[in-house]
Write a protein that binds this ligand. Structure first.
Ligand code: FAD
Length: 438
């Protein structure tokens, strides 16, 4: 890692942070700093060309959320850039410390604090899988979790969007959050709580509007889920079946579609036929016969009904951005775009002409279809030109090749003015008004 000029005051900051966290809580070791300076931005060839894009001069590891305000007050006093981090799996460089300084690794703050009917409260570094596991002991389950199931609740709320459960509950900005305790980067760093819609400026804001110390998220009654794996010969039948599965009652937790070129990159499994399109859904056990009838009526075949935990877990692990991960692991030279729109359910001939070797993965949602487009990477300009061409065809495109906050930007800017008046929290992620792409 190339060393740059140290941030003025970093040594004094680290010395005082050691008083707060102990020697184990302030890590200066180069390997740990390098690890804390990366996330999954390398999934984007455009961002990869800009890496390394900043380096952690220290990694701070609090072990309880009560330690967070002291660290933020210290960062404010010494003017040290501070980039929060969960498991570091964000795929737009969201957790990269672009302006160096310290990385605040929250994975040590992993306690589940409390739970009741319809809610669970945890420290920001608690893993989504632990929240789901705890909820299940109470006969409940999370509204949603990402395909990166072991990531932190703070990271998922601050950097993620949705996942298993979003078929019904939409994104993590649509009622999933009941309450957050947020710590601002101010002189007194006094934590405050926000509830329901008040939480919006802190969701998907990459930590630029304050550090989430604890989160209370919504639960629902636990269902008995099972995994349906089906194969189809053509796009029209597969997408028609996907749409019908999305409308199934009781509602599925997830419904995904991959074309054959993607199925071939997964670990071989009798439930996945690499010569056919794959439609998979996490459905309630009582809906199995209805789901079988949907598959049959659209000319498909059911390859497996695999109960929990294995069936639903496998289907979740192949959802959202995981097909991209599997493809890129199997072969170099690909890029991806996050796409949406029900136009994807129809004839995709023109869409496939935009980029060479296009592969499509779809997620069925009651609020509309989303998915991933993967294609051979040529160069940055071709990606931007192709994005415009896709939009002209009615495809919504969200670029994963950009580390700027791009949701509710005005609200985030306004909130950051008071939550982080010195601009120390994850600096470089709120674009200047004149600058919208990296
Ligand atoms: C293969 C793959 C599949 C993925 N699938 C999904 C998916 O299904 N759905 C989805 O939404 N995302 C997905 N992602 C993106 C990412 O994995 C998730 O959003 C994940 O939940 C992020 O959690 P994390 O703990 O890794 O957070 P990090 O990556 O560490 O952090 C994410 C962002 O939040 C900030 N942050 C972290 N903790 C806090 C905090 N306590 N307070 C304030 N800011 C904080 C960080 O600075 C960063 O900007 C995927 C990524 C990959 C690589």
């Amino acid at each position: 890692m190339t060393e740059r000029r140290p941030t003025p005051g970093i040594e004094e900051f680290c010395a005082e942070a050691t008083e707060l966290l102990g020697t184990d809580g302030v890590i200066r070791d180069p390997a740990a700093r390098e690890k804390a300076s990366c996330d999954w931005a390398h999934m984007s060839p455009i961002l990869s060309a800009r890496l390394p894009a900043g380096h952690a001069e220290a990694v701070l590891r609090p072990t309880a959320h009560e330690q967070i305000p002291g660290i933020l007050a210290l960062a404010h006093r010494h003017r040290i850039p501070l980039t929060p981090r969960g498991k570091g799996t964000g795929n737009y460089g969201q957790a990269i410390p672009l302006y160096d300084g310290a990385v605040l690794d929250l994975t040590g703050c992993g306690r589940i604090l409390d739970a009741g009917d319809g809610w669970i409260r945890a420290e920001a570094g608690a893993r989504m899988s632990d929240l789901e596991g705890h909820a299940r002991t109470l006969g409940q389950e999370l509204w949603m979790f990402p395909s990166t199931f072991g990531t932190t609740v703070g990271g998922f709320l601050s950097g993620g969007s949705g996942g298993t459960g979003s078929l019904v509950h939409k994104t993590n900005s649509d009622g999933f959050v009941q309450e957050l305790t947020v710590v601002p980067c101010t002189a007194d760093a006094e934590p405050f709580t926000v509830q329901d819609a008040e939480a919006l400026p802190y969701i998907h804001a990459y930590g630029t509007t304050g550090i989430i110390a604890t989160a209370t998220v919504r639960l629902q009654r636990a269902r008995t889920w099972t995994g349906l794996f089906a194969a189809f010969a053509d796009w029209a039948s597969a997408t028609a079946a996907l749409s019908a599965l999305v409308r199934l009652e009781p509602a599925p937790r997830l419904a995904s579609l991959d074309e054959a070129g993607l199925v071939g990159v997964y670990r071989p499994d009798p439930a996945l036929d690499p010569t056919a399109l794959s439609v998979r859904a996490i459905i309630e056990e009582e809906a199995v016969e209805q789901a079988r009838a949907i598959v049959r009526s659209h000319g498909g075949s059911v390859l497996d009904i695999r109960p929990a935990p294995d069936g639903p877990a496998l289907i979740s692990s192949m959802s959202f951005n995981h097909p991209t991960y599997h493809l890129m692991t199997a072969e170099d030279g690909w890029f991806h775009l996050e796409i949406g729109g029900d136009v994807l359910l129809g004839d995709t001939t023109e869409i496939r002409k935009v980029f060479p070797d296009t592969l499509l993965h779809l997620e069925g949602m009651r609020s509309g279809t989303v998915g991933m487009l993967m294609a051979r990477y040529q160069d940055e300009q071709t990606v931007y030109a192709g994005t415009a061409a896709l939009e002209a065809l009615g495809v919504r495109v969200h670029s994963p090749h950009n580390w700027y906050v791009d949701r509710r930007l005005d609200l985030v800017r306004e909130t950051a003015l008071t939550a982080d008046p010195l601009g120390l929290l994850n600096p470089g992620k709120i674009p200047a008004t004149s600058q919208e792409t990296p």
